[in-house]
Ligand binder design. Sequence first.
Ligand code: SAH
Length: 361
Amino acid sequence: VNELGRELKRRIEFEGPIPVSAFMQAALYHPTLGYYRRSKPPIGACGDYITAPEVSQMFGELIGVWCVDLWRRMGAPKGVHLVEFGPGRGTLLKDLLRAVARFSPFRESIELHLVEISPSLRAAQKRLLRGETPHWHDDFSEIPPGPAIVIANEFFDALPIRQFVRRQDGWFERCVGLDDKGGFCFVTALKPADLSEELSARERPSQAPLGGIIEISAQARALAGDIAARIARSGGGALIIDYGPSRSDLGESLQAVHRHRSQEILARPGEVDLSAHVDFAALAAAARAEGCAVFGPIPQGVWLERMGIAARARALKAAARSRRPAIEAALTRLTAPTAMGLLFKVLALVPPKLGSPAGFG
Ligand code: SAH
């Protein structure tokens, strides 16, 4: 057991089993030992996982095209905040900025804001975005007032979830406790939870099978609501890309990944990445409640094809013959249903009067 594990064990001995969300919160965000606070950067070939912008420059470029289109629909205003949540190594933003370099009116109208809590990734972003003057924030509430174009790729999946198990007599929260040998184990709360609000809002199957699990992220919903409220009030739009089903469904998706391999969820907290499927239906409902129009979620492969990824791939292949196989492989990886094309979804939030943003039909 590592240092954070010992700390969590003492906490459980003291206060009893803790909700899965509390375990996830500590494992990812403990001030010094949490996964996103440690010095080792998580993303890339020598990290724990690879994300779409790291697969190909085409991903960030097409998001750049989406932003310019949105900005024109907004009436090409000056002083727009371009906000990226969890920019990772900064790759998406770098590719985006290169792609929009020719659109100088857009380029001159945007101010960059990065919401990032990892010190090592902030440093990586600073290096990659040399020559730019982004502002870093810990939290969305720090973004100054005004219209905002918001991008979040593989961000919402990191936000802590609570899990509830269906029993004969109701839904019971799943918690983390200690087994006979003092190791972490899943246990179920003794008393049922009142989920009437969540369940009605999310059109859950009323007859969930016994043992069925639902996952609820209060943080993800609250953030989608905050982003939507800002957009409905001040203008702009948001593009949220992540993995998960398009409708809320039953099932456990919490997973641990380390060096590109699946791990035991409760072992080595803070050393492995924990994430869960994003409940797009819940995000959409939270955004609508704040007055935004919602487009999608649609599969990432469909969205990228509508944004012109095939033409972009052809142009790149024509420019660099030796890179043809690599470009072709990246295209397949991003769009094929058996790779990232179907599990990953794209959701857009815009003010109702703006109409359908690029790639949504
Ligand atoms: N968007 C990037 C990185 C995805 S990994 C890419 O596609 O490659 C998740 C990112 O979100 C990391 O940069 C991580 O440090 C950051 N992050 C995770 N939780 C966060 C939180 N609660 N607040 C701010 N940043 C967070």
